[in-house]
Design a protein around this ligand. Sequence first.
Ligand SMILES: [Zn+2]
Length: 216
Amino acid sequence: MNSIKVLERDNNHIVIEFNNIPRQYVNALRRLSISEVPTFAIDDVVILENSSVMHDEAVAHRLGLIPLRTDLKRFVMPHLCDCKSTLGCSNCRVLLVLDTESQDKTKVITSADLISEDEVVKPVNKEIPIVSLAPGQKLKFEAYARLGTGKNHAKWQPTSVAVVKDSKDEDDSVLVIESNGSLKPEEIVLEASKILGSKIKEFDSVIQSLSLPKNI
Ligand SMILES: [Zn+2]
């Protein structure tokens, strides 16, 4: 009989055993977890003031790599949003701002200094360094976070580990998913399963539309 069992689970990782389920299905879940489950990441940065030693582009690149806690229920991917605007709206983007200056000694600016307009969509860790400011240096910017997927850029990947392993039993496989903190590990797996379901439905409708040429 086919069944699944959660072997381990904590805030960051989940280990699920699939009994008698073809490995290619489990692998499809693994691949979709990495590349198609959306998360938030900073995508656009407007630098208003930057007297640090780091170029604007380097600051923006670092900001993009900060994992952000993601809420998939309240937000949509920008290309699916009704607003159709490049700037986005409250359904498809979150604004994070930073306005800081170093007074008398060198100050390390971290993810904790980012102020988000949303209660949920925030850096998952407050200790990620962004840049050091020497006395008198300033940094001020507006950063726009949007939903995206790992197939477009690795910064949108929700997983830090996604592997399929052999189980003790020959017909079983074990899926290990570790989250970078943007989503709960089980949210990643459930979302990947939803995506797999809709892909199969799409495929089925293509097959159903099959028409045989008359001359064969
Ligand atoms: Zn929108």
